[in-house]
Each structure stands twice: as structure tokens, then as C-alpha cells.
Design a protein around this ligand. Structure first.
Ligand code: VG1
Ligand code: CO
Length: 563
């Protein structure tokens, strides 16, 4: 069928600046006339440049409200701009890691992901548009700022208004648009990803751990997809392929509003999983976020594995994953606020460990240059160079591989790990939806504080604990590969014993300001390993609150979420 495109006049909108990963706002913002069209047009123009005509892109999202409407718009705008082919997940569904996998497998020019990750969905919830480049990873700063610049001056976009494509049906559909061929290939959302996981992991070993198909091993697992996109992946991989009983997969139907919850795998928002695990029936539990790139790992009796430790444990046990037998680890990395547990593993193995700003895009350059194999963030993100996104299902398969190999429980593995390396206690306090002015003021005050040379050598006390400042800065990163410099990535105050307090403002929030306060303290006394992080870190938390005047400035006495 033949179609003609047209050019539609538009005007710039405020606030189309992409944050930590893509543009996120409340749904009604995207529903304003031309708002989504503008952003998609600028994404294509800046993201693909002179490669637009004849390019191939992947499109998919986490199934949240407004996803199908946006997918239809993207099809029309891509067709009008001369894109040659779209690979779309059936019904517009792809997890973020699956998009990365498909971009790389079919060597496309990039992809568009429709998600607001772990933020709530629904008519009044959040929505987001994210662009990934040809390496499968989130667009680097250069591309996102070019997109943003475009949104400030856009005066028209191209669209093929009559092109309606049914993306619920698998298979290839061809159209003629302005005399050019335009192809839409609707792919099964899970197949390419599952095939890849089978190459990476020893499915037979995991299958045996889970009871060889009858689920009778005594090793019971519980996976909570939180009504996000991972549901179909969990069912196909863990149940169909690996033999876990159906009862081990809960909340596996993706819902446009995630059942009214935050699809955020932490101790607060995944509380029902925690409660279930506390009953002691399951040996392993995990939850995933809306778009499937985050994971939370729990052991028996809801033993919580902090993501910084999860990363270190996986890095320490790579021998049991066939992928790393074939290509041994090249280096490790973590985001700056992530606790330094993985650094100790890297040191022991004689590998480099990189510290990068928050956001997965910073890992990509190191991976593409062959310097990095395993990386993670304290915010429930773990992954490897198999793709260029963090990957929740991958993390679970990595953990199950370790458990199958070591034949120990999650808690025992952590205890053994701490005995070898010591324990990096970590906690993060989130103050969501604060007023912007006081939050900015707090950051400004902290800037001023660290600019004063007298801060170094100063002491801070709480109870019988005294901490002496040895370093204070606003984290700055020079990319070792392209030498680009990223400034002001978080205020750090580092003490004599390597304890740290860190402050930054979230780049993914969709309204107001979210303050993140990170606290880390290292302990090498084995009698303390089993203690609660909140107890051990209490003095540092109090010092952080005093130094920042967070309570006084924001009026918040308690954080919204503690990790
Ligand atoms: C948060 C996390 C960060 C993560 C980002 C995207 O960013 O802290 O570690 O990379 O979300 O995660 P911020 O700027 O709000 O702190 V997700 O699961 O969007 O893809
Ligand atoms: Co996410």
C-alpha cells in the first residue's frame, strides 16, 4: 500500500530535556498536542543524523499506559522521515534489556524505548521516551544534548498520518511511503532474548537446581515481575525453560498502570515479596522494575542482598557462567555512589575497576573498548557486556548459576564473601518529590562547603564515633575512551577510614526534586558482618543530615525510601 507523508508546523515546548535515561514526564504532558511528535522528531534528527534514510530501528516498551499510542506515532514519524525498517516487539512490548539485545543482534542503527522504568504508570502516572544508539546502549550525553537543543528550536515535524500498522500480529509488513519502501517487522518480545540467555548461561545446571522440571528440589524460588514487562520473560525462561513451577512467578501480567503500584524492586515497593520470603519457604526471591533492567535479590527469610554486594558476589564467581569461561572478565565498574565492594574483588583478581557517574550510558564506552565485563549500580542495576543495558533477568540467572555451583544459600554466600573481603555497609535515603528551591539550595550550600579548604581535616562526631574528612569534591568523570568530561555528578565527603557520604539530585524524577543521600562504611571486624546496615551506619547518617541541613531545609524528617 502507498502512503504520502506531510510536514506539520509546531512550536518548541519547555522541559524536553532528557535526564539520566531519556525524557520522563507525567502522561498528560505527553498528551499535549505535538509534544510527543516534537520529541520523536528531534530524537530521529539528532540520534541518526544523515543516517535516517534507510535506517533500521527497534521500538518497544514496558507496556505502560500511552505506550501503544506512542508506538503508532513513532511508526508514522519514522516512515515520513525515511526510516527503512522498524523491528517492533509484539504489541509494542520489549524489556529494556531485550531492546539492547535486539539492536545488537540485528545490528540496527538504534532503538526507541517507551518506559519510565521504575516510576508508576497509568493515565496520571509517568511516561518516557528513551533513545539507544547502535551499540545497544543509552544515548551518550552528546546525543541527548543534541536532542534537547533540537527541541528548543523545532518548527516542524514529518508524519505519515494515514499509515496504521497492526503491531499485534507477528511477521513482516511492507508499505510504500513517498515512493520508498518502509518495512515493519513485528517480533516475538521474548524469543531473541531467551536464545541469547541460553548462550550465556548453563541452563542445564540451573534446571537441576530448580528441581529438574518437576519443581520438587526443595529449592523454591519466588519471582515478582511487579506487573511490569518482565512477566513474559520470567514465565518463558524460569518456568517453561528452567522448570520452575508456575507458582514461583507472581504479578507476571504486564498492566498499563502496574496494578496501581510503583514497579520498583526495593524493600519498600516490593514489600509483598519480602513478606512472602519472610515465611521461610523460598530459598531465593527476586523482583524487577517496570522495564526489566533492575533487580532485587533476596535469600531465605528475606535476607536482603544490597545491589553493591550483589555486583561483587557475581564478579567474584564468574567461573560458573559459560559466557565468562569463553571470554574471561576484562574489568569491573560501578557508578560512583555504589559501594566499593566490587573494587575489592577487582583488586584481588588483578583487574581494573572503574568508577563512573550515575546512569548506564557511562559503562558503554568501556565495554565497546573491551575494558569492562561486569558492572552495576547501587540502584538495583547489575549487568555485563553481553548487552549495553543493565539486565534484571540476567542478574537472576547469574545468581542462580552461583547458587547451583556453590550449593550454598544466599546468606552463606554473602557471609563467606565478607569473611574474605570485609563488608562495605551501604544505605541510600531517597527524599522524593521535594520542592525544587530548597533542594537546590541544599546542593548549593554543599558546593560552598566543599569549596572551603578548611573542610579537609575537619572532624564530625556522633555518639562515640568520630570521622575525619580526607577528601571533599563534586564528582567529575573523564571518560578514559573518548576523554569527554562530565562534571558535578554528586557531592562526596570522604573520611579517613574510606567511609563516604554522597548527595545528588535525581535525573529521572518527573516532578519536583528527589534528593538521594548515599552512606557507606567499611567494616573488617567479622563480629560485625551480620549487623543491620541501619545500625552500623547510624552515626554517618546523622552526620550527613547535620552537614547538609537536609531536614531543616526541606522540612522532611524521614526519607520516602530507604535502601
Ligand atoms: C536513577 C538511578 C540510576 C539509574 C537511573 C535509571 O537515576 O539512581 O542509578 O541508572 O535511575 O534507571 P537518578 O538520576 O534518578 O538517581 V532505570 O531502571 O531508568 O532505567
Ligand atoms: Co528500569
Amino acid at each position: 500500500m502507498s502512503f504520502a507523508s506531510k510536514t506539520v508546523p509546531t512550536r518548541p515546548f519547555d522541559g524536553q530535556k532528557p535526564g539520566t535515561s531519556g525524557l520522563r514526564k507525567a502522561v498528560p504532558v505527553f498528551q499535549q498536542t505535538h509534544y510527543t511528535e516534537n520529541f520523536v522528531q528531534c530524537t530521529l534528527s539528532a540520534g541518526l543524523g544523515d543516517k535516517i534514510v534507510g535506517s533500521t530501528l527497534v521500538v518497544g516498551g514496558d507496556g505502560r499506559f500511552y505506550g501503544t499510542e506512542t508506538t503508532s506515532l513513532i511508526i508514522k514519524i519514522c516512515a515520513a522521515n525515511g526510516v527503512g525498517k522498524l523491528l517492533i516487539g509484539q504489541n509494542g512490548i520489549f524489556s529494556t534489556p531485550a531492546v539492547s539485545c535486539v539492536i545488537r543482534k540485528y545490528q540496527t542503527n538504534g532503538g526507541i524505548i517507551l518506559t519510565a522504568s521504575h516510576n508508576p504508570g497509568g493515565p496520571n502516572g509517568d511516561f518516557g521516551i528513551k533513545f539507544n544508539t547502535a551499540n545497544g546502549g543509552p544515548a551518550p550525553e552528546g546525543v541527548t544534548s543534541a536532542i534537547y537543543e533540537g527541541t528548543k528550536t523545532i518548527s516542524e515535524y514529518k508524519i505519515c498520518p494515514d499509515l496504521e500498522v497492526d503491531f499485534s500480529k507477528l511477521g513482516t509488513q511492507s508499505f510504500t511511503v513517498d515512493g520508498r519502501q518502509f518495512v515493519v517487522d513485528v517480533l516475538d518480545s521474548v524469543t531473541d532474548y531467551v536464545d541469547y540467555m541460553k548462550e550465556i548461561f548453563d541452563f542445564e545446571a540451573i534446571r537441576e537446581l530448580l528441581g529438574g522440571g518437576d519443581g520438587q528440589s526443595g529449592f523454591q524460588i519466588l519471582l515478582d515481575a511487579m506487573h511490569g514487562v518482565t512477566g513474559p520473560y520470567v514465565k518463558r525462561i524460569l518456568c517453561t525453560e528452567l522448570g520452575a513451577p508456575e507458582s514461583s512467578a507472581v504479578n507476571c501480567t504486564p498492566l498499563p498502570d502496574f496494578g496501581g503500584h510503583h514497579p520498583d524492586p526495593n524493600l519498600t515497593y516490593a514489600a509483598s515479596l519480602v513478606e512472602e520470603l519472610k515465611k521461610g519457604k523460598h530459598s531465593f526471591g527476586a523482583a524487577f522494575d517496570g522495564d526489566g533492567d533492575r533487580n532485587m535479590i533476596l535469600g531465605k527469610n528475606a535476607f536482603f542482598v544490597t545491589p553493591s554486594d550483589s555486583l561483587a558476589v557475581i564478579a567474584n564467581n564468574l567461573e560458573c557462567i559459560p559466557y565468562f569461561k569463553k571470554s574471561p572478565a576484562k574489568g569491573f565498574a560501578r557508578s560512583m555512589p555504589t559501594a566499593g565492594a566490587v573494587d575489592r574483588v577487582a583488586k584481588q583478581k588483578g583487574l581494573q575497576c572503574y568508577e563512573v557517574p550515575t546512569g548506564w550510558k557511562f559503562f558503554g564506552n568501556l565495554m565497546d573498548a573491551g575494558r569492562l565485563s561486569i558492572c552495576g549500580e547501587e540502584s538495583f542495576g547489575t549487568g555485563s557486556d553481553h548487552i549495553r543495558e543493565k539486565d534484571g533477568i540476567w542478574a537472576v540467572l547469574a545468581w542462580l548459576s552461583v547458587l547451583a555451583d556453590k550449593k550454598q544459600g544466599v546468606e552463606d554466600i554473602l557471609m563467606e564473601h565478607w569473611k574474605k573481603y570485609g563488608r562495605n555497609f551501604f544505605t541510600r535515603y531517597d527524599y522524593e518529590n521535594c520542592e525544587s528551591a530548597p533542594a537546590n539550595q541544599m546542593m548549593k550550600n554543599l558546593e560552598d562547603l566543599i569549596a572551603d579548604p578548611a573542610v579537609i581535616g575537619g572532624t564530625h562526631c556522633h555518639g562515640d564515633k568520630t570521622y575525619k574528612v580526607t577528601k571533599a569534591d563534586n564528582f567529575e568523570y573523564t571518560d578514559p575512551i573518548d576523554k569527554s568530561v562530565t562534571k558535578k555528578q554528586g557531592i562526596r565527603i570522604i573520611f579517613e577510614d574510606d567511609s563516604r557520604i554522597i548527595f545528588r539530585l535525581s535525573g529521572t524524577g518527573s516532578s519536583g526534586a528527589t534528593i538521594r543521600m548515599y552512606v557507606e562504611g567499611y567494616e573488617s571486624n567479622p563480629s560485625k558482618y551480620a549487623l543491620d546496615a541501619q545500625v552500623v551506619l547510624k552515626p554517618l547518617v546523622e552526620i550527613a543530615l547535620q552537614v547538609s541541613q537536609l531536614r531543616e531545609l526541606t522540612g522532611r524528617q524521614e526519607p520516602t525510601v530507604i535502601t
